[in-house]
Design a protein around this ligand. Structure first.
Ligand SMILES: CSCCC(=O)C(=O)COP(=O)(O)O
Ligand code: MG
Length: 272
């Protein structure tokens, strides 16, 4: 297994989730089916609550934006009339959400609703966040060397925290203040699409600004080459993560990008 030396100037890791820290199958075969199965029931139970109203509002705004941009969107989502028939209104939101999920849209609106829906499943223990076995030991090692570690996923920050907080390896967000617990703390922070889309270069510039470093100080790990390209265009170092079930890279991409199959390939040579 070839090792990859992290440039000495890099002092921040930025990690994608799906296909990088976490198997794609967990997202596609556990998280997304949960939404599809419980959507109608969830909307019925929470329809009158502020959080749910805001989620529905954001979905409607997204539809308006899609229409403005001439993007394809389901005809039923175009209907902006205020329904007196709650069941019909819920049905329309369900159809719209399912349509967006089938297209694997990464919009903030969709991701915000999904995050809220997963909360009950994680808290009740119905779902546990999957994390590849090489991830936690590698992050602990990086942190011992004083590097910072951030998450950047299309999943909402709330969904990210649920996944790591209720993971197969326990609560990976434990933030108690004693020294021993400090080493248990894995992440310095989280970013989602509120900072911008992962395929847009300026999102990575904004992340660097927010962290207070320059893009060259960051190493971004992702399974998606469009994201790797956007990060690289911003001056961020990238490595493409090749995990079982991830999208196959083209021969050209395999030649061009530094690739890893496990985080344990990453070496911090020359650091004390
Ligand atoms: C973070 S929880 C659910 C994952 C998800 O909804 C998603 O879209 C994953 O996207 P990523 O940017 O982590 O590949
Ligand atoms: Mg990914």
């Amino acid at each position: 297994m070839a090792t990859v030396t992290i440039p000495e100037n890099v002092n921040v890791f930025l990690l994608d989730i799906e296909g990088t820290t976490t198997p794609i199958t967990f997202v596609k075969e556990v998280l997304f089916p949960y939404i599809k199965e419980h959507l109608e029931e969830y909307l019925g139970a929470h329809w009158e609550e502020d959080e749910c109203k805001q989620d529905v509002q954001l979905l409607k705004k997204q539809t308006e934006e899609d229409l403005k941009q001439n993007r394809a969107c389901p005809v039923h989502a175009v209907d902006q009339t205020v329904h007196t028939d709650e069941e019909k209104a819920i049905r329309e939101v369900v159809d719209s959400v399912l349509w967006h999920m089938d297209a694997d849209r990464k919009t903030t609106a969709l991701k915000q609703l999904q995050g809220h829906m997963w909360r009950a499943a994680y808290v009740s223990g119905k779902i546990k966040g999957e994390v590849y076995q090489d991830v936690v030991p590698a992050i602990r090692r990086w942190r011992e060397y004083g590097l910072k570690v951030y998450i950047y996923s299309s999943g909402s920050i709330e969904a990210q925290k649920l996944l790591f907080g209720y993971s197969v390896e326990g609560n990976l967000l434990d933030a108690s203040s004693n020294l021993a617990a400090f080493f248990l703390l894995l992440f310095d922070g989280h970013f989602d699409t509120n900072i911008g889309a992962k395929v847009e270069s300026k999102s990575y510039q904004k992340i660097a600004e927010r962290i207070g470093c320059s893009p060259e100080d960051i190493m971004f790990l992702t399974d998606v080459t469009r994201e790797a390209k956007a990060a690289e265009d911003a001056g961020v170092n990238v490595a493409v993560v090749v995990r079982p079930g991830n999208m196959e890279l083209t021969e050209e991409e395999r030649k061009y990008y530094t690739t890893i199959t496990t985080f344990s390939q990453l070496e911090l040579t020359g650091r004390v």
